[in-house]
Write a protein that binds this ligand. Sequence first.
Ligand SMILES: C[S@@+](CC[C@H](N)C(=O)[O-])C[C@H]1O[C@@H](n2cnc3c(N)ncnc32)[C@H](O)[C@@H]1O
Length: 302
Amino acid sequence: MHKSVLLEECIHYLNLHHDSIIVDCTLGYGGHSSEILKKIKDGYLYSFDQDKDAINYSKNRLDAIASNYKIINSNFVNLKEQLNKLKVNEVDGILYDLGVSSPQLDNDERGFSFHHDGILDMRMNQSQTLSAYEVVNGYTYEQLVDILYKYGEEKFSRSIASAIVSNRPIKTTLQLAEIVKNSVPLRYRRDKHPARKTFQAIRIEVNDELNVFEKSLKDALSLLKVGGRICVITFHSLEDKICKRIFKEVTEIDQQLKQLPVVPSEYLPNYKVVKVLEPTKEEILDNTRARSAKLRVVERIK
Ligand SMILES: C[S@@+](CC[C@H](N)C(=O)[O-])C[C@H]1O[C@@H](n2cnc3c(N)ncnc32)[C@H](O)[C@@H]1O
């Protein structure tokens, strides 16, 4: 089952009121959405996901709590368009709990994990055409090097890409994990699984994760009411860097303006950073998924 990460902290920092309008961009198995729903009896919750298994499960979970919610079966890259279609132009809080859920990782058929044998899939949205199979078996050597380096920060991107190309066709996750393992130096196999970064890179490519997150987060900022907050939980440095940069852009005064004796109020930032935090040691011991998590919170102030 999926254990929600930084659950209490998100509920606290979303600053929920009985009539808040909240968006959960990553419904998953409904852990965060359930707790939000309990606190907004006269408000409304919009929850996005693009995975039909997660949606089917969470609908039952949320129905048992209340009916003032709507699940939107869509990529959160369409956040603004989907909400505007429902005549929602501003909200009090938005949550992102990025990445994949434990049930997605643990289901062999979804092909996300290097621990389980499954077909190379890794699509969060089961009706999308691009899957890990096409990336692994169809991309050129140069394209593979590029995504392994960019999305996996993999220093052995060349040797791994070359091993992938010469072992094609590669059909399963364990076959891929083994090929990666055999293409890196022995010392690199000691700490973490040597295929971890390769799997991360392919997953990001298949779901275009970084580009959709960046677009969505910018739209999310524009949807916030004054006093409204965005909570983002990231699980690796690439996601966190995007979040940190975008939050920095909207919470800091332009360098040149900083030199003025008095900064005119229209140039003061519209948002402030509320909190950056990581899970406690206790949470990490209880839930290994929390290990690399980081929560960033911003608030619209004008
Ligand atoms: C880590 S899980 C969320 C878990 C949830 N907060 C809970 O407590 O049960 C992330 C979920 O977001 C979904 N997801 C990830 N990226 C998405 C995107 N771009 N658009 C829509 N859903 C996305 C995944 O399918 C997955 O179900």
